[in-house]
Design a protein around this ligand. Structure first.
Ligand SMILES: [Fe+2]
Length: 287
């Protein structure tokens, strides 16, 4: 879904966009060009399956911010990204309560489910997708579902590229000025017992135009235990333990996801289920 009138000041979004694009030009573009040249990516003739045509860096906001330690950022840019993150955190929490309301869960249920001992993990992946000479052979970002909770995406207002899979077809998510695209991750699918599904999406790089994408991930705390909300488990079989979704610690899921991000989510859920019944079978998680 796409949000407008989300309460984040448009002037702040304009500043974030301007500074992010300026930072890419100043600090990232040359590095990306060197990477492309070193791997000969401009001249590939068969489809590339092991990397993405993207230039990225990551910021962490919660439980502890690392913005002051990220190299190459101007102080003004750090300050603006911090302010943007505060706005996004509030938006993510408001959205979680809207999901609770829609599902008939008590207010705050999802926030509590995400809390663990230290509160949620909240971070931002700042990406640029530079012009790509072979977009049919190298994806900007290969198809995947997001691992975590709620993802709030501030994407370029001119250069398109994001697509999601709907009824077996890739559908464009076109730019819309000052909007925030909301994506739900695998954890929301598990907790809602499949009432909300994580969605497969990808980025197709463009032959011209540099696409900016700022994706902020509101995820469970590392030691949060994730399982379907009992109020959403309906059938007798499910109640008797044959649940469709597993119960696990979030960081265990992330270890598995790190290796299997670009594969279907169902085998990940099955592997977590196998670990649940045989917690010593760690090899399943790393296979
Ligand atoms: Fe994603």
């Amino acid at each position: 879904m796409k949000l407008v009138n989300h309460g984040i000041p448009p002037e702040l979004m304009d500043t974030v966009e301007r500074m992010t694009k300026g930072h890419y030009k100043k600090c990232m573009e040359q590095r990306f060009k060197e990477l492309v040249a070193s791997k000969g990516l401009e001249y590939v003739e068969t489809e590339v399956h092991d990397l993405d045509w993207e230039s990225t860096f990551h910021l962490k906001h919660l439980p502890v911010s690392n913005i002051s330690q990220i190299p190459d950022l101007d102080d003004d840019y750090r300050k603006v990204m911090k302010e943007f993150a505060v706005n996004l955190e509030k938006l993510a929490e408001d959205l979680m309560d809207l999901l609770c309301e829609n599902l008939g869960l008590e207010k705050g249920y999802l926030k509590k489910a995400f809390h663990g001992s230290n509160g949620p993990n909240f971070g931002t992946k700042v990406s640029n997708y530079p012009p790509c000479p072979k977009p049919d052979l190298i994806k900007g970002l290969r198809a995947h579902t997001d691992a975590g909770g709620i993802v709030l995406l501030f994407q370029d207002d001119k250069v398109s590229g994001l697509q999601l899979l709907k009824d077996g077809q890739w559908v464009d998510v076109p730019p819309m000025h000052h909007s925030i695209v909301v994506n739900l991750g695998d954890q929301i699918e598990v907790i809602t017992n499949g009432k909300y599904k994580s969605v497969l999406h990808r980025v197709v790089a463009q032959t011209d135009g540099n696409r900016m994408s700022i994706a902020s991930f509101y995820n469970p705390g590392s030691d949060a235990v994730i399982y379907p909300a009992p109020a959403l488990v309906e059938s007798k079989a499910e109640e008797a333990g044959e649940a469709a979704y597993p119960k696990f610690v979030f960081e265990d899921y992330m270890k598995l996801y790190a290796a299997l991000k670009f594969q279907a989510k169902e085998p990940r859920f099955q592997a977590m289920k196998a670990m649940e019944s045989s917690p010593n079978l760690e090899s399943i998680a790393t296979a």
